[in-house]
Design a protein around this ligand. Structure first.
Ligand SMILES: [Zn+2]
Length: 384
Protein backbone atom coordinates (compact mmCIF):
# COMPACT_ATOMS: atom_id res chain seq x y z
CA UNK A 1 0.00 0.00 0.00
CA UNK A 2 1.32 3.43 -0.95
CA UNK A 3 2.36 5.43 2.15
CA UNK A 4 0.42 8.61 2.96
CA UNK A 5 2.09 11.96 2.26
CA UNK A 6 4.71 12.41 4.97
CA UNK A 7 4.60 8.71 5.87
CA UNK A 8 1.79 8.59 8.43
CA UNK A 9 -1.97 8.89 8.10
CA UNK A 10 -3.04 11.68 10.44
CA UNK A 11 -6.07 11.17 12.68
CA UNK A 12 -7.18 14.26 14.58
CA UNK A 13 -10.40 12.82 15.95
CA UNK A 14 -10.69 13.20 19.74
CA UNK A 15 -10.11 9.87 21.49
CA UNK A 16 -13.33 8.67 23.11
CA UNK A 17 -11.86 8.89 26.60
CA UNK A 18 -11.23 12.63 26.17
CA UNK A 19 -14.46 13.55 24.43
CA UNK A 20 -16.59 14.33 27.49
CA UNK A 21 -13.99 16.67 28.91
CA UNK A 22 -13.43 18.44 25.57
CA UNK A 23 -17.17 18.92 25.13
CA UNK A 24 -17.31 20.59 28.56
CA UNK A 25 -14.39 22.82 27.59
CA UNK A 26 -16.05 23.91 24.34
CA UNK A 27 -18.75 25.91 26.10
CA UNK A 28 -16.25 28.33 27.61
CA UNK A 29 -14.11 28.99 24.54
CA UNK A 30 -14.30 31.78 21.97
CA UNK A 31 -15.98 30.57 18.79
CA UNK A 32 -14.79 30.84 15.21
CA UNK A 33 -17.45 30.16 12.61
CA UNK A 34 -16.19 28.22 9.60
CA UNK A 35 -17.23 29.09 6.08
CA UNK A 36 -18.09 26.24 3.73
CA UNK A 37 -14.55 25.75 2.44
CA UNK A 38 -13.04 25.82 5.93
CA UNK A 39 -15.61 23.29 7.19
CA UNK A 40 -14.67 20.95 4.34
CA UNK A 41 -10.97 21.48 5.10
CA UNK A 42 -11.58 20.70 8.78
CA UNK A 43 -13.23 17.43 7.88
CA UNK A 44 -10.31 16.46 5.62
CA UNK A 45 -7.70 17.52 8.19
CA UNK A 46 -9.36 15.40 10.87
CA UNK A 47 -9.57 12.19 8.82
CA UNK A 48 -6.05 12.39 7.40
CA UNK A 49 -7.03 13.28 3.82
CA UNK A 50 -4.64 16.22 4.23
CA UNK A 51 -1.82 14.28 5.92
CA UNK A 52 0.71 15.43 7.09
CA UNK A 53 -1.27 18.56 8.08
CA UNK A 54 -2.72 18.38 11.59
CA UNK A 55 -4.50 21.70 11.51
CA UNK A 56 -4.87 25.03 9.76
CA UNK A 57 -1.54 26.45 8.61
CA UNK A 58 0.67 28.64 10.74
CA UNK A 59 2.38 31.60 9.10
CA UNK A 60 5.63 29.76 8.39
CA UNK A 61 3.89 26.93 6.52
CA UNK A 62 1.51 29.33 4.81
CA UNK A 63 4.37 31.49 3.48
CA UNK A 64 6.44 28.47 2.44
CA UNK A 65 3.47 27.04 0.55
CA UNK A 66 2.54 30.30 -1.15
CA UNK A 67 6.14 31.10 -2.12
CA UNK A 68 7.74 27.69 -2.73
CA UNK A 69 4.97 25.03 -2.93
CA UNK A 70 6.53 23.23 0.04
CA UNK A 71 5.84 23.04 3.77
CA UNK A 72 8.50 24.39 6.12
CA UNK A 73 9.77 20.86 6.75
CA UNK A 74 10.30 20.39 3.04
CA UNK A 75 7.36 18.28 1.89
CA UNK A 76 5.65 19.27 -1.35
CA UNK A 77 2.36 21.13 -0.76
CA UNK A 78 0.79 23.53 -3.24
CA UNK A 79 -2.33 25.07 -1.67
CA UNK A 80 -2.77 27.07 1.56
CA UNK A 81 -5.15 25.46 4.05
CA UNK A 82 -6.07 28.49 6.10
CA UNK A 83 -8.62 29.55 8.68
CA UNK A 84 -9.68 33.18 8.45
CA UNK A 85 -10.57 35.39 11.41
CA UNK A 86 -14.24 36.37 11.27
CA UNK A 87 -14.24 39.29 13.75
CA UNK A 88 -11.93 41.88 15.32
CA UNK A 89 -11.99 39.75 18.49
CA UNK A 90 -10.49 36.85 16.55
CA UNK A 91 -7.77 39.13 15.22
CA UNK A 92 -6.84 39.97 18.81
CA UNK A 93 -6.54 36.30 19.88
CA UNK A 94 -3.15 35.33 21.29
CA UNK A 95 -1.10 32.23 20.54
CA UNK A 96 -1.66 29.67 23.28
CA UNK A 97 -5.42 30.17 23.53
CA UNK A 98 -7.98 27.61 22.41
CA UNK A 99 -11.03 28.23 20.23
CA UNK A 100 -14.09 26.25 19.24
CA UNK A 101 -14.61 25.76 15.51
CA UNK A 102 -18.27 26.00 14.66
CA UNK A 103 -20.04 25.16 11.40
CA UNK A 104 -23.31 26.85 10.52
CA UNK A 105 -25.43 23.75 10.20
CA UNK A 106 -23.47 21.55 12.60
CA UNK A 107 -22.66 23.53 15.75
CA UNK A 108 -19.34 22.98 17.57
CA UNK A 109 -17.22 20.56 15.59
CA UNK A 110 -13.67 20.94 16.82
CA UNK A 111 -11.21 22.69 19.09
CA UNK A 112 -8.17 24.45 17.72
CA UNK A 113 -5.06 25.19 19.79
CA UNK A 114 -4.10 28.58 18.39
CA UNK A 115 -0.37 28.72 17.64
CA UNK A 116 -0.36 31.69 15.36
CA UNK A 117 -2.43 34.75 14.41
CA UNK A 118 -1.03 36.48 11.34
CA UNK A 119 -1.76 39.09 8.72
CA UNK A 120 -1.80 38.10 5.07
CA UNK A 121 -1.86 39.90 1.76
CA UNK A 122 -4.67 38.36 -0.27
CA UNK A 123 -3.55 39.93 -3.54
CA UNK A 124 -0.16 38.30 -3.12
CA UNK A 125 -1.71 34.95 -2.22
CA UNK A 126 -3.99 35.17 -5.26
CA UNK A 127 -1.12 36.06 -7.58
CA UNK A 128 1.03 33.15 -6.38
CA UNK A 129 -1.58 30.45 -5.92
CA UNK A 130 -4.21 31.39 -8.51
CA UNK A 131 -1.80 33.17 -10.89
CA UNK A 132 -4.19 36.11 -11.14
CA UNK A 133 -5.75 38.90 -9.10
CA UNK A 134 -8.66 39.31 -11.52
CA UNK A 135 -11.85 39.79 -9.53
CA UNK A 136 -13.81 37.66 -11.98
CA UNK A 137 -11.86 34.57 -10.80
CA UNK A 138 -13.97 32.72 -8.19
CA UNK A 139 -10.89 32.00 -6.06
CA UNK A 140 -9.97 35.69 -6.01
CA UNK A 141 -13.55 36.56 -5.05
CA UNK A 142 -13.32 34.10 -2.17
CA UNK A 143 -10.08 35.62 -0.86
CA UNK A 144 -11.47 39.13 -1.13
CA UNK A 145 -14.43 38.11 1.02
CA UNK A 146 -12.09 37.18 3.93
CA UNK A 147 -10.52 39.31 6.65
CA UNK A 148 -6.77 39.51 6.06
CA UNK A 149 -5.92 37.65 9.28
CA UNK A 150 -5.49 33.89 9.55
CA UNK A 151 -5.41 31.64 12.60
CA UNK A 152 -3.13 28.61 12.60
CA UNK A 153 -2.79 25.57 14.83
CA UNK A 154 -3.65 21.89 15.27
CA UNK A 155 -7.29 20.85 15.47
CA UNK A 156 -9.08 18.13 17.40
CA UNK A 157 -12.37 16.97 15.96
CA UNK A 158 -15.12 16.43 18.54
CA UNK A 159 -17.66 14.94 16.20
CA UNK A 160 -18.06 14.31 12.50
CA UNK A 161 -20.07 16.88 10.54
CA UNK A 162 -23.61 15.65 9.98
CA UNK A 163 -24.02 15.04 6.28
CA UNK A 164 -27.44 14.21 4.96
CA UNK A 165 -26.31 13.65 1.37
CA UNK A 166 -24.20 10.90 -0.20
CA UNK A 167 -23.98 9.14 3.18
CA UNK A 168 -23.13 5.78 1.62
CA UNK A 169 -20.32 7.32 -0.41
CA UNK A 170 -18.36 9.14 2.31
CA UNK A 171 -15.34 6.89 2.70
CA UNK A 172 -12.41 8.30 4.66
CA UNK A 173 -8.80 7.55 3.70
CA UNK A 174 -8.45 4.78 6.27
CA UNK A 175 -11.61 3.18 4.83
CA UNK A 176 -10.59 3.38 1.16
CA UNK A 177 -7.19 1.95 2.15
CA UNK A 178 -8.83 -1.04 3.85
CA UNK A 179 -11.16 -1.46 0.88
CA UNK A 180 -8.41 -1.38 -1.76
CA UNK A 181 -6.34 -3.82 0.24
CA UNK A 182 -9.32 -6.17 0.71
CA UNK A 183 -9.84 -6.10 -3.06
CA UNK A 184 -6.18 -6.93 -3.57
CA UNK A 185 -5.62 -3.76 -5.61
CA UNK A 186 -2.00 -2.64 -5.76
CA UNK A 187 -2.38 -0.04 -8.47
CA UNK A 188 -5.37 2.26 -8.01
CA UNK A 189 -6.07 5.19 -10.34
CA UNK A 190 -8.05 8.13 -8.97
CA UNK A 191 -10.28 10.35 -11.06
CA UNK A 192 -11.16 13.79 -9.70
CA UNK A 193 -14.28 15.34 -11.15
CA UNK A 194 -16.65 18.21 -10.61
CA UNK A 195 -18.53 17.72 -13.89
CA UNK A 196 -20.84 15.10 -15.39
CA UNK A 197 -18.80 12.36 -17.06
CA UNK A 198 -19.00 12.53 -20.82
CA UNK A 199 -17.49 9.91 -23.13
CA UNK A 200 -14.15 11.72 -23.15
CA UNK A 201 -13.78 11.35 -19.36
CA UNK A 202 -15.01 7.78 -19.48
CA UNK A 203 -12.29 7.09 -22.04
CA UNK A 204 -9.54 8.47 -19.75
CA UNK A 205 -10.83 6.43 -16.84
CA UNK A 206 -10.94 3.27 -18.88
CA UNK A 207 -7.45 3.83 -20.32
CA UNK A 208 -6.25 4.14 -16.71
CA UNK A 209 -8.22 1.06 -15.74
CA UNK A 210 -6.50 -0.95 -18.49
CA UNK A 211 -3.24 -0.31 -16.63
CA UNK A 212 -4.38 -0.31 -13.00
CA UNK A 213 -6.09 -2.89 -10.79
CA UNK A 214 -8.87 -0.55 -9.76
CA UNK A 215 -10.38 2.87 -10.28
CA UNK A 216 -11.55 5.35 -7.66
CA UNK A 217 -14.14 7.73 -9.13
CA UNK A 218 -13.84 10.53 -6.62
CA UNK A 219 -16.20 13.42 -7.36
CA UNK A 220 -15.68 16.61 -5.44
CA UNK A 221 -18.84 17.49 -3.52
CA UNK A 222 -17.70 20.54 -1.54
CA UNK A 223 -18.53 24.08 -2.57
CA UNK A 224 -18.38 24.84 -6.30
CA UNK A 225 -19.37 27.92 -8.27
CA UNK A 226 -23.09 28.32 -8.85
CA UNK A 227 -23.02 27.50 -12.57
CA UNK A 228 -21.32 24.11 -12.08
CA UNK A 229 -23.70 21.11 -12.22
CA UNK A 230 -25.01 20.46 -8.66
CA UNK A 231 -23.32 17.53 -6.90
CA UNK A 232 -26.58 15.62 -6.41
CA UNK A 233 -27.22 15.60 -10.17
CA UNK A 234 -23.65 14.60 -10.90
CA UNK A 235 -23.89 11.71 -8.45
CA UNK A 236 -26.96 10.40 -10.27
CA UNK A 237 -24.99 10.55 -13.52
CA UNK A 238 -22.04 8.64 -12.02
CA UNK A 239 -24.37 6.00 -10.59
CA UNK A 240 -26.12 5.34 -13.90
CA UNK A 241 -22.84 5.34 -15.81
CA UNK A 242 -21.15 2.90 -13.43
CA UNK A 243 -24.23 0.70 -13.36
CA UNK A 244 -24.33 0.36 -17.13
CA UNK A 245 -20.78 0.68 -18.42
CA UNK A 246 -18.22 -0.18 -15.72
CA UNK A 247 -17.16 -3.53 -14.24
CA UNK A 248 -18.54 -3.43 -10.68
CA UNK A 249 -15.65 -5.23 -9.05
CA UNK A 250 -13.03 -2.85 -10.43
CA UNK A 251 -14.49 0.55 -9.58
CA UNK A 252 -15.21 2.36 -6.31
CA UNK A 253 -17.37 5.49 -6.22
CA UNK A 254 -16.81 7.69 -3.18
CA UNK A 255 -17.05 11.43 -2.61
CA UNK A 256 -14.27 13.91 -1.98
CA UNK A 257 -15.49 16.52 0.54
CA UNK A 258 -13.22 19.33 -0.68
CA UNK A 259 -14.35 22.73 -1.94
CA UNK A 260 -13.13 23.79 -5.38
CA UNK A 261 -10.43 26.45 -5.37
CA UNK A 262 -10.19 26.82 -9.17
CA UNK A 263 -6.41 27.09 -8.75
CA UNK A 264 -5.68 25.06 -11.89
CA UNK A 265 -2.12 23.64 -11.85
CA UNK A 266 -1.51 24.11 -8.12
CA UNK A 267 -4.81 22.43 -7.37
CA UNK A 268 -3.85 19.48 -9.58
CA UNK A 269 -0.86 18.86 -7.29
CA UNK A 270 -3.10 19.25 -4.23
CA UNK A 271 -5.71 16.87 -5.66
CA UNK A 272 -2.99 14.31 -6.42
CA UNK A 273 -1.42 14.45 -2.93
CA UNK A 274 -4.78 14.03 -1.23
CA UNK A 275 -5.65 11.03 -3.41
CA UNK A 276 -2.36 9.46 -2.36
CA UNK A 277 -3.62 9.75 1.21
CA UNK A 278 -6.75 7.86 0.16
CA UNK A 279 -4.45 5.03 -0.99
CA UNK A 280 -4.34 5.70 -4.74
CA UNK A 281 -1.12 5.14 -6.70
CA UNK A 282 -2.06 6.95 -9.91
CA UNK A 283 -3.90 10.18 -10.59
CA UNK A 284 -5.59 11.14 -13.84
CA UNK A 285 -4.84 14.69 -14.97
CA UNK A 286 -6.83 15.78 -17.98
CA UNK A 287 -6.79 19.07 -19.83
CA UNK A 288 -7.28 22.27 -17.82
CA UNK A 289 -7.52 20.39 -14.52
CA UNK A 290 -9.29 22.50 -11.84
CA UNK A 291 -9.29 25.40 -14.26
CA UNK A 292 -11.85 28.11 -14.79
CA UNK A 293 -12.31 30.57 -17.66
CA UNK A 294 -9.04 30.99 -19.53
CA UNK A 295 -6.74 31.67 -16.58
CA UNK A 296 -4.58 28.60 -17.17
CA UNK A 297 -3.00 27.05 -20.24
CA UNK A 298 -4.66 23.81 -21.33
CA UNK A 299 -1.75 21.69 -20.11
CA UNK A 300 -0.34 23.86 -17.30
CA UNK A 301 -1.66 21.27 -14.84
CA UNK A 302 0.58 18.69 -16.55
CA UNK A 303 3.67 20.90 -16.69
CA UNK A 304 3.59 21.80 -13.00
CA UNK A 305 4.41 18.20 -12.03
CA UNK A 306 7.83 18.68 -13.67
CA UNK A 307 8.63 21.27 -10.98
CA UNK A 308 8.82 18.43 -8.44
CA UNK A 309 10.92 15.28 -8.26
CA UNK A 310 8.57 12.30 -8.79
CA UNK A 311 9.31 10.96 -5.26
CA UNK A 312 8.24 14.31 -3.77
CA UNK A 313 4.73 13.72 -5.08
CA UNK A 314 4.75 9.93 -4.70
CA UNK A 315 1.50 9.32 -6.58
CA UNK A 316 2.05 8.92 -10.34
CA UNK A 317 0.24 11.40 -12.56
CA UNK A 318 -1.35 10.05 -15.75
CA UNK A 319 -1.49 12.86 -18.27
CA UNK A 320 -4.20 12.85 -20.91
CA UNK A 321 -4.79 15.02 -23.94
CA UNK A 322 -8.12 16.09 -25.30
CA UNK A 323 -10.21 12.96 -26.06
CA UNK A 324 -13.07 12.51 -28.56
CA UNK A 325 -14.84 9.97 -30.74
CA UNK A 326 -13.24 9.79 -34.19
CA UNK A 327 -15.50 8.61 -37.03
CA UNK A 328 -12.52 7.53 -39.16
CA UNK A 329 -10.87 5.60 -36.30
CA UNK A 330 -14.31 4.29 -35.36
CA UNK A 331 -13.42 4.66 -31.67
CA UNK A 332 -12.60 7.00 -28.85
CA UNK A 333 -9.19 8.53 -29.39
CA UNK A 334 -7.08 11.54 -28.53
CA UNK A 335 -4.67 13.85 -30.30
CA UNK A 336 -1.98 11.39 -29.16
CA UNK A 337 -3.55 8.43 -31.02
CA UNK A 338 -5.64 9.73 -33.91
CA UNK A 339 -4.13 11.12 -37.14
CA UNK A 340 -7.40 12.47 -38.59
CA UNK A 341 -8.47 16.10 -38.89
CA UNK A 342 -10.97 17.73 -36.57
CA UNK A 343 -13.86 17.33 -39.05
CA UNK A 344 -13.74 13.58 -38.38
CA UNK A 345 -14.15 14.07 -34.64
CA UNK A 346 -17.44 14.30 -32.78
CA UNK A 347 -16.88 17.57 -30.98
CA UNK A 348 -19.39 19.77 -29.17
CA UNK A 349 -18.54 22.84 -27.14
CA UNK A 350 -19.75 23.04 -23.53
CA UNK A 351 -22.15 25.79 -24.56
CA UNK A 352 -23.56 23.69 -27.40
CA UNK A 353 -24.08 20.69 -25.09
CA UNK A 354 -25.90 22.84 -22.53
CA UNK A 355 -28.13 24.28 -25.28
CA UNK A 356 -29.04 20.82 -26.52
CA UNK A 357 -29.78 19.51 -23.04
CA UNK A 358 -31.83 22.60 -22.18
CA UNK A 359 -33.90 21.98 -25.33
CA UNK A 360 -34.41 18.36 -24.25
CA UNK A 361 -32.22 17.03 -27.07
CA UNK A 362 -29.83 14.12 -26.60
CA UNK A 363 -26.27 14.87 -27.69
CA UNK A 364 -24.77 12.18 -29.99
CA UNK A 365 -24.14 8.93 -28.04
CA UNK A 366 -20.48 9.18 -29.09
CA UNK A 367 -20.34 12.33 -26.98
CA UNK A 368 -22.57 11.58 -23.98
CA UNK A 369 -24.14 8.31 -22.90
CA UNK A 370 -27.92 8.66 -23.34
CA UNK A 371 -28.56 7.56 -19.72
CA UNK A 372 -26.40 10.45 -18.50
CA UNK A 373 -27.93 12.95 -20.92
CA UNK A 374 -31.41 11.96 -19.75
CA UNK A 375 -30.55 12.81 -16.12
CA UNK A 376 -29.06 16.16 -17.14
CA UNK A 377 -32.13 17.01 -19.26
CA UNK A 378 -34.41 16.08 -16.37
CA UNK A 379 -32.47 18.22 -13.88
CA UNK A 380 -32.52 21.23 -16.21
CA UNK A 381 -36.24 20.81 -16.65
CA UNK A 382 -36.72 20.81 -12.87
CA UNK A 383 -34.48 23.82 -12.43
CA UNK A 384 -36.70 25.56 -14.99
ZN1 LIG B 1 -9.11 9.21 -36.06
Amino acid sequence: MIPPHGGKLVDRTAPEAEQAELLREVAGLPQVELNEREAADLEMLACGAMSPLEGFMTEADYRAVVDTMHLVKGLAWSIPVALSAKTEQHEALKPGCRVTLVAKSNGALAIMAVEDVYRVDHAQEAQSVLRTTDEAHPGVQYLRSLRPTYLGGPITLLRKPNHRDFTRYRLQPKETRVLFSAKGWERVAAFQTRNPIHRAHEYLQKCALELADGLLVHPLVGETKSDDTPAAVRMQCYEVLLENYYPKDRVVLSVFPAAMRYAGPREAIFHALLRKNYGCTHFIVGRDHAGVGSYYGTYDAHHIFAEFAPEEIGITPLFFDHAFFCRKCGSMASTKTCPHPREDHVFLSGTKVREMLAAGELPPPEFTRPEVAQILIESMRKAG
